[in-house]
Write a protein that binds this ligand. Structure first.
Ligand code: NDP
Length: 327
């Protein structure tokens, strides 16, 4: 038994329900290792869980991803050693100083990749990876619409699509954010805070309907995303930063041109251990060889977790926010 300090959600609600508390942590159980957490990633799924959109019994420790160093082994663990550098996503309770993780949740962090960068890369990096490789396999000549392109997932999508010789129409809520998207390789830029007809602006920028729309903004962009697609184009709704999309009349897919619509989530693309290792290996490997850059847009101590979420929800961020044990 030892002590850990964690960010708890005490009841569903806004940022005021977060409480940073020190508590007992048992020794790691069978199949688990104890990890000293170097950093945890701040994600929208944490907001949905805190709000109760994804109901979770309270109190619970927030955070789905992180990275750190193994400090103790549970019974039966032979494939890890004290001192291993590990990272994870899709594993709750990550906003803490010390945690017990099942080894099946962990991947190894390659030499040369900083633990804070690894923590920042896991959830959003594997998301961008499955979106461009598996949900719709982007290839040369494809034109992709990427909303919130200066955000965490957005910057990674832009880099990965450009690396596949695709063209990106990037949107964002300010010209400064669009400049970030441009610096990542986006060829066409649309400020959705200032255009009257977003779909028309996207089509004008692309010169045609786009092949795929990657939409993590949701409620405020969904209709325009659908209207931006070419016939038989793919609508990928992967989040709702502006709110969840209301119920949908399926006949709109017919009227829009035999469109496809999917609402994917990371868990279904990393459920298989070999798939998880493949995606994490490619993302962390690309960071190690310099072909993928992770923008850490903010670094907060655990004690200031509420401020990190306020910035994320308030559209005040670019890139990825992380929480660290102390500043
Ligand atoms: P971002 O860093 O992209 O932040 C969200 C951005 O969305 C904001 O910066 C803002 O950019 C834009 N936005 C537009 N309207 C609003 C609004 N009303 N409130 C808040 N933000 C708004 O976040 P993430 O990269 O962490 O996540 C992006 C999306 O991806 C989220 O919806 C998230 O849930 C989803 N996601 C889905 C996964 C999956 O597997 N399905 C996995 C991981 C993330 P701007 O100012 O430019 O408009």
């Amino acid at each position: 038994m030892t002590a850990a300090t964690s960010v708890f959600v005490t009841e569903p609600g806004d940022g005021s329900v977060l409480a940073v508390q020190t508590h007992d942590l048992p020794d790691p159980g069978p199949g688990e290792v104890q990890v000293e957490v170097a950093a945890a990633g701040v994600n929208f799924i944490d907001v949905y869980k805190r709000q109760g959109v994804y109901p979770t019994p309270t109190p619970f420790v927030l955070g789905e991803e992180g990275a750190g160093t193994v400090v103790a082994l549970g019974p039966g663990v032979t494939d890890h050693a004290v001192g291993d550098r590990v990272a994870w996503c899709q594993s709750s309770g990550s906003e803490t100083t010390l945690t017990n993780k099942p080894v099946r949740a962990l991947v190894r962090v390659p030499d040369g990749v900083d633990l804070e960068v690894a923590a920042a890369a896991m959830l959003q990096g594997l998301t961008a990876h499955y979106l461009v490789n598996s949900t719709y396999a982007v290839g040369p000549g494809d034109v992709a619409l990427v909303h919130a392109a200066a955000g965490g997932v957005g910057q990674l999508l832009v880099q990965m699509i450009v690396a596949k010789c695709g063209t990106v129409v990037a949107t964002a809520g300010s010209d400064a954010k669009l400049e970030i998207a441009r610096s990542r390789g986006a060829q066409h830029l649309v400020n959705y805070s200032t255009v009257d007809d977003l779909a028309a602006a996207v089509r004008a920028a692309a010169g045609r309907g786009v092949d795929v729309a990657y939409d993590g903004v949701g409620r405020s962009t969904f209709d325009a995303s659908l209207a931006s697609l070419r016939p038989r184009g793919m609508m990928v709704l992967f989040g709702g930063a502006s709110g969840q999309v209301p119920p949908f009349d399926i006949q709109r897919l017919n009227a829009g041109g035999s469109l496809y619509l999917t609402r994917p989530t990371l868990g279904h693309y990393v459920a298989d251990r070999s798939e998880y290792e493949w995606r994490a290996g490619e993302v962390l490997g690309a960071i190690a060889d310099g072909s993928l850059d992770i923008a850490v847009g903010g670094r907060y101590p655990l004690s200031e977790a509420a401020a990190a979420y306020e910035a994320l929800e308030g559209r005040a961020t670019t890139g990825k926010l992380i929480l660290v044990p102390a500043a």
